[in-house]
Design a protein around this ligand. Structure first.
Ligand code: CP
Length: 310
């Protein structure tokens, strides 16, 4: 059986093109499974997975839990807000206590960049990064690229613009790595203050005018403004941001081609995207969420196949 070149999924940067192809082919098979009346396979009956969320999440947490249950693994959920972390317990002590209950794999979201890698180097379990601060969100990028492939047939040669708060976005960084590995051209668009200074080192185009960016692209991935990560004001007001960078139906309809609209969620309707765009047939936002389960099943299944079973 083909296997991944990595033992943990920390970032897209670590994956080879063969890894991504293997994840997509495996996800194709699992997508077929989750559309059956019985949406479950017995593959991971002997595996226990802990979902550790030190930061809020709706889609990623539920998607991982569903993916794990569809693979028949045992699942334990941990939320920092209601845990002994509040009493001062460290990350390593928390995780080692959970692992002593015979856990094989850890899915972790954490506010600190590098937290997943730190953990993977210190514990005897497979680690999947479910978002580490402003660093990477690898499964989001995989499900985004998978959704582009599904809608447009391929990612290779497509032009993708990522719009909004690039500076604070782990989704942007993971998407840039993933799309480039798959042969797409990538542009970022947003106010100068929300574009990182090192952006040119990543080999992406930069455009500050939303309409010009949309005229260039096949796919627009609209990002949320991450107010929770902004310690200073990067633009005068959300209203002003929305007037310059919000995607409206009028802008979409005035383009001379039908682009695909994506959003990783959670959406701030009326800020980065209006409701009529989010709910339009050009938007694949809910397909992204659906594909998230199949892609995460694939990642979990492939990493679990590297665990030595007794
Ligand atoms: N896309 C994403 O990571 O959403 P959540 O924060 O709800 O998990």
């Amino acid at each position: 059986m083909d296997s991944l070149s990595v033992d943990h999924l920390i970032g897209i940067k670590d994956l080879t093109n063969n890894d991504i192809d293997l994840i997509f082919k495996t996800a194709d098979a699992f997508k077929e499974v989750i559309n059956r009346p019985i949406k479950k396979v017995p593959s991971l009956r002997d595996i226990t997975i802990a979902n550790l969320f030190f930061e809020n999440s709706t889609r990623t947490r539920l998607s991982f839990e569903l993916a794990e249950k569809r693979l028949s693994s045992d699942v334990v959920n941990f939320s920092a807000a209601s845990s002994s972390v509040k009493k001062g317990e460290t990350l390593i002590d928390t995780v080692n206590n959970i692992l002593s209950m015979k856990v094989d794999m850890v899915v972790m979201r954490h506010p600190n960049p590098g937290a997943a890698k730190f953990l993977s180097e210190r514990v005897d379990a497979r680690v999947i990064n479910a978002g580490d601060g402003t660093h990477e969100h690898p499964t989001q990028a995989l499900l985004d690229a998978y959704s582009i492939r599904e809608r447009l047939g391929t990612v290779k040669g497509k032009k993708v613009v990522i719009v909004g708060d690039i500076l604070h976005s782990r989704v942007a960084l993971s998407n840039i790595y993933c799309l480039q590995k798959l042969g797409a051209e990538v542009m970022v668009c947003g106010p100068t203050t929300l574009i990182p200074k090192y952006i040119h080192e990543l080999g992406v185009k930069v455009e500050h005018n939303l309409v010009k960016a949309l005229e260039w692209c096949d796919v627009a991935n609209m990002l949320r403004i991450q107010l929770e990560r902004q310690d200073i004001k990067y633009f005068p007001s959300l209203r002003e941001y929305s007037m310059q960078y919000g995607l409206t139906k009028e802008i979409l309809d005035n383009l001379d081609k039908k682009i695909v609209v994506m959003h990783p969620g959670p959406i701030n309707r009326g800020v980065e995207i209006t409701s009529d765009v989010a709910d339009s047939e050009q938007a694949i936002i809910l397909q992204q969420v659906e594909n998230g389960v199949a892609v995460r099943m694939a990642v979990i299944y492939l990493l679990a196949s590297k665990i030595k079973r007794q």
